[in-house]
Design a protein around this ligand. Structure first.
Ligand SMILES: [Mg+2]
Length: 398
């Protein structure tokens, strides 16, 4: 079997929504400058009117001379898609089942692209190859990587895009997720150090409201999204420690591993992070520095399924927990279901983002029921394009 084409399929479709889809954004590193510290949600799609939200997504499709194809994504039009396109001629004619070999030659070719968008492109290609491999052998990928078909896995509701400022709405949303069966929720801080004492109090009030709403038994995770500094996070951790957070996430920008370590040494709250880190060599820095308790590689960013299997294997040698960022993604589900539950106790369900990234799925999206996610039994990664949902499409060529 040989690869005959690598397509970048840009699909447009419109989700039906009930009011504004994205309610609020999280704190971001650029917020240290007032001009960027604006209110308002980020643009992951386009709110057309009160009940419609337009999506423009790019899927990587690898075709073969045997008629079997693999799909990965979505990504946005732009840098990552460009880097996929750059790999196209390099991969056409090669055996798509040789995933280790193909990863190695893509990595060795990318001497200036070991991280960021070039590695995100390698990740998508690798995931599409795994989907293809599963479809070729007519087996779900979790079975090919040695999973036993772990049953329903506890999901945590990741509240990116939900209101964080109106505490009445925070309470309402938290109760809504609890009623869907979630026993854990992750919320995102909206304010960083440059928002001063007022922002700090709002951050703490959000956590107090969530704990008060959910009661003592549910897990609450909190995400700083690499937008704070050491002193601020130490003070914040001190203020919320009694509220018993399950973990505090991305407490510093990814290259500031010493900051992670200092924060971890100062608090009893477990520290998670590294969703913006790449490859086994990147994660090794975090792991060896004892900078985190929980690592969160993203299957679509960190090097794909082939690489995240190596990263998580490395983490187990330090008895660390690995809970993949966007674990609900098709490769994230396959990977999660093949892990030991003690090393991967949760799967991240990004509630709004999963609705967007599974919009074009012909299989009806993730199998979610009563706070738990079950892996697809379909061959491959279990994601296929529903052609009837496509309003328009083009193949991107650079
Ligand atoms: Mg995060």
């Amino acid at each position: 079997m040989k690869i005959t084409d690598i397509r970048l399929r840009k699909l447009t479709g419109t989700m039906e929504v009930d009011g504004p889809f994205m309610e609020e954004r999280l704190v971001m590193p650029l917020d240290v400058y007032e001009e960027f510290r604006v209110q308002g949600p980020p643009a992951a799609g386009t709110q057309v009117d009160d009940s419609h939200y337009e999506l423009n997504q790019v899927f990587v499709q690898i075709d073969t001379d045997e008629g079997v194809s693999g799909i990965a994504g979505p990504t946005m039009p732009g840098g990552t898609a460009f880097h996929v396109w750059q790999m196209k001629d390099f991969l056409i004619g090669r055996d798509p089942l040789a995933t280790e070999f193909l990863w190695d030659i893509m990595h060795r070719k990318s001497v200036h692209g070991r991280q960021g968008e070039p590695m995100m492109a390698i990740s998508l290609i690798d995931n599409a190859l795994w989907d293809l491999k599963g479809k070729w052998f007519k087996q779900p990928v979790w079975k090919l990587i040695g999973g036993a078909g772990r049953g329903p896995m506890p999901a945590y509701a990741s509240m990116l895009g939900y209101a964080t400022q109106d505490l009445g709405l925070v309470k309402e949303r938290a109760l809504e997720m609890q009623s869907r069966g979630y026993k854990a929720q992750k919320w995102f801080f909206r304010h960083g150090p440059m928002s001063g004492a007022e922002g700090f109090k709002k951050n703490v009030a959000m956590v107090e409201t969530i704990r008060e709403t959910l009661g003592d038994d549910d897990d609450i995770m909190l995400d700083c999204w690499q937008s704070m500094d050491v002193n601020y996070v130490v003070k914040l951790a001190e203020a919320i420690e009694d509220l018993n957070p399950r973990w505090l996430e991305e407490v510093a920008m990814p290259d500031r591993i010493d900051s992670y370590r200092k924060i971890r040494e100062s608090t009893n709250i477990p520290i998670s992070g590294a969703e913006h880190e790449y490859t086994r060599w990147g994660f090794k820095r975090f792991i060896e520095a004892e900078a985190v308790d929980i690592i969160q590689p993203d299957l679509n960013w960190a090097g794909g399924l082939s690489e995240v299997m190596k990263i998580s294997a490395l983490a187990t040698t330090f008895d660390l927990i690995t809970i993949c960022h966007q674990g609900v993604s098709p490769p994230g589900m396959a990977w999660s279901s093949a892990q030991s539950p003690i090393h991967t106790p949760y799967v991240e369900m990004l509630v709004k983002h999963a609705a967007m990234s599974y919009y074009f799925d012909a299989n009806g999206g993730p199998n979610f029921s009563d706070g738990e996610l079950s892996v697809s039994q379909n061959p491959g990664l279990g994601f296929d394009i529903d052609e009837s949902k496509i309003e328009s499409q083009t193949d991107i060529n650079y």
